[in-house]
Design a protein around this ligand. Structure first.
Ligand code: FE
Ligand code: FE
Ligand code: ZN
Length: 303
């Protein structure tokens, strides 16, 4: 039997870079990871350190972490659905980011398709297509994974049909793939509890061969609420069994499953600190057993 591919979002610091990210993933018992090459909320990026990149790959090799299970996430302020100077900036940034991913020896970049803001939905979609055509023209090394979105605000990519429209609009689209987010599709209105049906729809509309990464998150909200608030594993409306069923789904066995569940806060003498839940959640996943004391156990562990 093939080993479960499971991991989480990890940090990528200026000093430790890929090596630090891999170390963090290993500390969670993970064999997959996702990182932002800088802050998720801005586009400031520092230079890559070749020595740390090489050391990161050596550590991956030593621990059997397949390079295909190491994913980069583009910052979420990059908006390809915008127009004019804003869109030019987004295109330029993503071209640079693709170079960075390649330089890191990686080949998967997750991207939020965009938000149409004051434009119409159709205009937003056309802008994304136009931008991706420019970006993919000279990209022969990195897969762009369009993420399925929750529908917060004016987000685009909230149905499989919308994602498919974007893919079809891009001429050189072999490297356009998809990242399915369990919280987002719930919030967008899909019945995640009936996951086989969701996967069948995905396969019919987009094709399972495009599914390249799955974000595993519980949701704080009911189906169709368009909120995008992630919950810890088994602590949301999806529940532990639903998510375990997805994580161990035979059709997803080759796809990295990555947690983006919220950090746990600890109120320490009125100073708030936050700690990652991933080590404990991955433990629950491997045991296939919910831990009703998850949050308390995380607090105890880091205290
Ligand atoms: Fe995302
Ligand atoms: Fe996500
Ligand atoms: Zn989200």
């Amino acid at each position: 039997m093939k080993e479960l591919i499971i991991g989480s979002h990890v940090s990528f610091t200026k000093h430790e870079q890929l090596l630090g990210s891999v170390k963090e993933a290993l500390s969670y018992g993970a064999n997959a990871l996702m990182l932002y090459t800088g802050a998720p909320q801005n586009t400031a990026r520092s230079a890559l350190d070749k020595i740390k990149t090489r050391a990161g790959h050596e550590l991956m090799k030593k621990h059997n972490i397949d390079v295909n299970n190491v994913v980069v996430h583009a910052p979420y302020i990059v908006n390809l659905a915008s127009s004019g100077e804003k869109q030019d900036f987004a295109i330029r940034f993503l071209k640079e980011e693709i170079k960075r991913v390649h330089e890191l020896g990686l080949s998967k970049l997750v991207l939020h398709p965009g938000s149409h803001v004051k434009l119409t939905r159709e205009e937003g979609i056309q802008n994304i297509i136009r931008a991706l055509n420019i970006i993919m023209e000279d990209n022969d090394s990195v897969d762009i994974l369009l993420e399925t979105m929750a529908g917060k605000g004016t987000e685009i990519g909230i149905s499989f049909e919308e994602i498919k429209t974007i893919i079809d609009g891009v001429k050189k689209n072999e490297r356009i793939k998809v990242c399915l987010d369990t919280c987002h599709i719930n919030d967008a209105g899909y019945d995640v509890r009936d996951f086989d049906n969701v996967l069948n729809k995905f396969d019919k509309i987009i094709g399972l061969d495009r599914l390249s990464c799955v974000h595993i998150n519980d949701s704080m909200n009911e189906k169709g609420m368009k909120k995008d608030r992630h919950a810890n594993l088994g602590r949301g409306t999806l529940g532990f069994d639903t998510l375990i069923n997805i994580i161990y789904h035979p059709k997803l066995k080759d796809v990295p499953k990555l947690l983006e569940t919220p950090y746990v806060t600890i109120d320490d003498n009125s100073k708030e600190r936050i700690y990652p839940p991933y080590k404990h959640e991955i433990e629950m996943i491997k045991k296939k057993k919910d831990n009703p004391n998850l949050i308390e156990d995380i607090r105890k562990y880091y205290k």
